[in-house]
Design a protein around this ligand. Structure first.
Ligand code: DGY
Length: 329
């Protein structure tokens, strides 16, 4: 039945029932069946007459969509990354963008470390070997991997998640932590995660394990390509939990095949959910399907924060974590 006083919103990717329930108190909600990913055309069609949309990083909110959806007032991303938003176009159209920071920081850092460990210690490669029935005897160098404790941890992108990874490395694993970031952290923050600022060239040359946690922007595209990999130690490992496109996946696959670095762990990919076939063909890479923030409590918190942004903005004109707050003025 139509509810004329409630704004209409679209939940563009299936979320938890608890989140839908919370939204239904305030809105007429159109949901998306689990497993469905709308094409851009379908998304535009379903957004007709909607004041808000709950997106994941997979729905593109760009100038063309905004022009076709004049009633849209807010897009609430269920992710901290928001490279699916054209924020300039959203601001010009008077549409607020929000993201879901903080609630996923520690969980994502846990996973960054899990991927680092799995990569360095060859966890998935050795499991594949065992499951295939190849294990006939214990031997001294069987799947001998790279040391983690006491080595040098390099972090490219030192926001909240980068700092949480640094703390794990410094305090938990006795690592020397170096980082590179657009801007240097203040002294107290550096001291809290025992991290030292270095140039990108120094980071590449000195890291035993390099973790990428920078946001994706056009300037960050292929921040790690053949030239950067060539500056790394041949024994180094590389972990990407940031965004696909930050690494040149084809160049990385070539480097892994030629053992120019020891191994990589990737949770994000250029053009995901497709994965470059050359990556699938090399053994020394751990591949996971963009799950760094995937624990139930954290995914619930991310979804609830996105829902709360929709509710706060469409009922009171203020959002909790706005990306272009000038729209709220
Ligand atoms: C994020 O929050 O940006 C994660 O990558 C999930 O998309």
């Amino acid at each position: 039945m139509a509810e004329p006083n409630k704004p209409a919103i679209l939940v563009a990717r299936a979320v938890f029932p608890e989140v839908e329930e919370r939204l239904r108190v305030h809105f007429v909600v159109e949901t998306t069946p689990a497993g469905t990913v709308w094409s851009q055309e379908e998304l535009v069609q379903r957004l007709q007459g909607k004041a808000g949309v709950l997106t994941t990083g997979g729905e593109r909110i760009d100038a063309a969509l905004l022009a076709a959806c004049p009633q849209l007032r807010i897009a609430a991303n269920l992710a901290v990354g928001h490279n699916n938003f054209d924020l300039a176009a959203m601001t010009a159209a008077g549409v607020l963008g929000t993201n879901a920071p903080d609630v996923l920081t520690e969980t994502t850092a846990d996973f960054g470390f899990a991927l680092l460990m799995a990569t360095a210690r060859r966890v998935t490669e050795s499991e594949r070997y065992l499951r295939a029935g190849h294990w006939k005897q214990w031997s001294l160098d069987l799947f001998a991997g790279a040391e983690v404790h006491g080595t040098t941890l390099g972090i490219l992108g030192m926001g909240r998640i980068g700092q949480a990874i640094a703390r794990r490395g410094a305090h938990g694993f006795g690592m020397r932590v170096i980082y590179h970031n657009r801007s240097r952290l203040d002294e107290a923050t550096e001291a809290g995660c025992r991290a030292s600022y270095v140039s990108k060239a120094e980071l590449l040359a000195q890291a035993d394990h390099l973790v990428l946690v920078l946001p994706y922007t056009p300037e960050a595209h292929h921040s790690i390509g053949a030239a950067e990999i060539a500056q790394m130690k041949p024994t180094a490992t590389l972990v990407n939990i940031a965004r696909g496109g930050i690494v040149d996946d084809a160049a990385l696959a070539r480097a892994l095949r030629e053992r120019r670095i020891a191994a990589a762990g990737l949770d994000v990919f250029e053009g995901e959910p497709k994965v470059h076939p050359d990556l699938l063909a090399v053994p020394n890479v751990v591949l996971t399907p963009h799950i760094a923030s995937a624990t139930l409590p954290t995914r619930m918190a991310m979804a609830m924060l996105a829902a709360d942004n929709l509710i706060a903005y469409l009922t009171q004109g203020r959002a909790l974590t706005p990306l272009n707050p000038e729209v709220m003025a």
